[in-house]
Design a binder for this molecule. Structure first.
Ligand SMILES: [Zn+2]
Length: 56
């Protein structure tokens, strides 16, 4: 668990911002970087507050 995970869990970090943070922190995160990457991808697959009937 790191600041990126915490902010993703809170929903205050977008996937794009999280990726930028990950790039900056990758060296410090070590093996945890791959977990963060997975969390970012998960967060990007589920957009917040997406209407269920938003098909054009
Ligand atoms: Zn973390």
């Amino acid at each position: 668990m790191c600041i990126i995970c915490i902010d993703l869990a809170k929903g205050v970090l977008t996937g794009k911002d999280a990726r930028r943070h990950l790039g900056e922190m990758r060296g410090k995160l070590g093996a945890h970087a791959s977990e963060v990457q997975a969390k970012i991808e998960e967060a990007e697959q589920v957009p917040p507050a997406a209407p269920s009937t938003a098909k054009p």
